[in-house]
Design a protein around this ligand. Structure first.
Ligand code: HEM
Length: 393
């Protein structure tokens, strides 16, 4: 039996697979052997528990120690804050929390709105555009690069490495991208050390140089890589999924168009309905642990699925329906839960809202430029998102 996640239809529409898995058990053993055997968590309450479960570790390096994987991911990519447990996780996260609070994001909001406007300024009603390429990619890439202090001239290269990192397929390509990005970031750190600016990376370099106990050089580079990568592939897909969901639900779209002040709240239901992070990053059980009603043996990998949890009928009434007025949509797990809950959630929300606002207010005739069942989805295990989304303006 092959993994249910390899089903060809899974990339396009993972929800029937999730429903089937959930019917067999909200926590279920997957096929596979050795370090690939594992458990899938598809129920809402079980996913919420698993995401915050201290008995499940994120320490990937410890899991793979002594195991032959045949891989050569750069350590700055494989060992980052999202792949560490407390106390290291606590120490690293504290260094960057302040830059991503709702208050900090409020200060950035005018910049994000202006950028969304600027990216669509040349669009004319009647045009065809790929909203992924022309808005959903450049908006978050530009914002996170601006926040970190990545020069504009380097943004295309950064984006290409980051896309390769998330692509399923040739592991050599992923490994090569990890080296490209890590080496680039190490050089950027060196250049900020010589010529500091007022962006986040220079602030982290200052922490590193004034108190080496707080942050090692490798941690500094890996934190910067994580912020760069986590901050845009996800948001790009969230914007694409949200636009597609609205275009497939004209009455809901009309609701937002008639009252754009509803957009901020609608973002949560859109994130719930079609979650960009369909399977969370990797966890494992150093000791035997119980998740829901299932005993997971020591040494097992665990895949927790926010995408599945957000469609669990035991948590959300009529979960396969998009309902922008759903009162409990904010309970979704699209940003994860527990100590690793998305650091960039306020920023991501602001970016998705800015993209929707500009599309809905500027282009009243917006519609799909290709039938929904012919759209191309990204070949990624963790991210559920479109490769392109052609629109008629
Ligand atoms: C809609 C867009 C986004 C979605 C759906 C999303 C989703 C997630 C999820 C599910 C996690 C937890 C993963 C796990 O526990 O396995 C996470 C973690 C994280 N996200 Fe996001 N994210 C988004 C945007 C962003 C942005 C804009 C940033 C900006 C820097 C960001 C930075 C991070 C970081 C640094 C972590 C790791 C936190 C930790 O380990 O403590 N994300 N994100």
């Amino acid at each position: 039996m092959s993994s249910p996640f390899q089903d060809p239809g899974f990339l396009r529409d993972p929800y029937p697979t999730y429903a089937e898995l959930r019917r067999d058990g909200a926590v279920r053993k997957l096929p596979g052997t050795g370090h690939k055997a594992g458990y899938a968590v598809t129920g809402y309450s079980e996913a919420r528990q698993a995401l915050a479960e201290p008995g499940l570790s994120k320490d990937t390096a410890r899991f793979f120690a002594g195991k032959e994987t045949g891989r050569s991911l750069h350590p700055a990519v494989s060992q980052n804050m999202l792949a560490t447990d407390p106390p290291d996780h606590t120490r690293l996260r504290r260094l960057v929390t302040r830059a991503f609070t709702p208050g900090a994001v409020d200060l950035l909001r005018p910049y994000i709105v202006d950028l969304a406007d600027a990216l669509t300024d040349s669009w004319v009603p009647g045009d065809r555009v790929d909203v992924i390429e022309s808005l959903a990619v450049p908006l978050p890439v530009t914002v996170i690069c601006q926040l970190l202090g990545v020069p504009a001239a380097d943004r295309d290269a950064v984006r290409a490495w980051s896309t390769d990192l998330f692509a399923a397929g040739d592991p050599r390509r992923i490994d090569a991208a990890s080296h490209g990005l890590a080496e680039y970031m190490a050089e950027l750190v060196a250049s900020k050390r010589r010529t500091p600016d007022d962006a986040l990376l220079s602030a982290l370099v200052a922490v590193r140089d004034s108190d080496g106990d707080q942050l090692t050089e490798q941690e500094l580079v890996s934190l910067a890589v994580l912020l760069l990568v986590a901050g845009h592939e996800t948001t790009t897909s969230a914007i694409g999924n949200a636009v597609l969901a609205l275009l497939r639900h004209p009455a809901q779209l009309e609701l937002l168009r008639s009252d754009p002040s509803r957009i901020d709240r609608a973002v949560d239901e859109l994130l719930r309905y079609d979650s960009a992070v369909t399977i969370a990053t990797w966890r494992w059980a150093p000791e035997a642990v119980r998740v829901g009603d299932t005993d997971i043996p020591a040494g097992s990998p665990v895949s927790v699925s926010p995408g599945a949890a957000n469609r669990d009928p035991d948590r959300f009434t009529d979960p396969d329906r998009l309902d922008l007025e759903r009162a409990d949509a904010h309970a979704h797990l699209a940003f994860g839960h527990g100590i690793h809950r998305c650091l960039g959630a306020p920023l991501a929300r602001a970016e998705v809202a800015a993209a929707l606002r500009v599309l809905l207010t500027r282009f009243p005739g917006l519609r799909l430029g290709r039938p929904a069942d012919q759209l191309r989805w990204r070949r990624s295990r963790l991210i559920h998102g479109l490769e392109s989304l052609p629109l008629l303006l």
